[in-house]
Design a protein around this ligand. Sequence first.
Ligand code: SF4
Length: 351
Amino acid sequence: MPKNKECLPVYPIWIAEVMLQQTQLKVVLPYWEKWMEAFPDLVDLSSALNQEVLLFWQGLGYYSRAHRLHKASKDLVQILWNKNCCDNDLWPMDIDTWMSLPGIGRTTAASILSSAFDIPEAILDGNVKRILSRLVGKQEPLSNNSKQLWELSIGLLDHNQPRNFNQALMDLGATICTKNSPKCDICPWKSFCLAYDQGNTGIIPLSKPSKVLKKLVIGLGIVFNDSGEVLIDQRLNNTSMAGMWEFPGGKKEEDEVIKNTISRELLEELGVEVKVGKKLIEFDHFYTHKKLHFVVHFCSIISGMPKALASIQIKWVKPDELINYPFPAANKRIIDALENYLLLSKDKLIL
Ligand code: SF4
């Protein structure tokens, strides 16, 4: 346990805080460990290729965090360079500098400063919002009462030991004041908690009306060349999952037959006419706001040379080298299915 005001290494704390923005600790931990081996310090990260960074973020989701983290590492190198040194104690110690970096909001900046330097900055992540809403008995959905909750978090912060206080608050939210079944009997704050006093812990915070999950069908094509290489393309920079690789294809239109979706998409994306052959795999993949149903078929080119008409670039890649490219999580199932298919067909492609 660090002593009060003791400084801890900033870099690993910053990486962990960004990974934890949308993801639980148990999921983050193995990714953080591999990340720290691959990019042990700020200079390693700032000088890495974007593709390497994406490869180590692959599977963690919300890929814009990886792009912003990488950009922030370059900005931080510049800030430390201007101070002519990369010592830990020359990292920024003010919240405004941290909040000016890509991907760093107020809570992330405050968490970094309180964890690394024991600086008194209040936090307000989802868990803390829930605890504070219950403490004051606020019967509103979480996002509607942030100003009051920020004031409360600032007012409660222990300025003598902000690191321990913020950590304790997060632990309370993760283990005792949980979303579905708060353990009020063992909560140290139960005598001050209005929701507990009024028997409202089950309804506070009020839930937001649930969104209808958008459902989309995606048709993808697996195209091989004569050398046994498979065609992949890299997503454009202005799209979600920018810079990641994928198999060519796209959204099925209403009343469209899936094979027609695939041939149309490959013509639009690559400028090639294809014959759509047998199916490799079909599966559902869920994101927080949408459900995708993937249908993947082998295809063979009838005419044209593939070009990157709707991607940063295209590549022909040996199937066993696909692992070297960062793919969105859903594509992992396609790669596994392809590997199995190639094993079973003993390297003979039957399209
Ligand atoms: S008493 Fe219950 S609802 Fe109130 S803060 Fe503690 S765990 Fe949460």
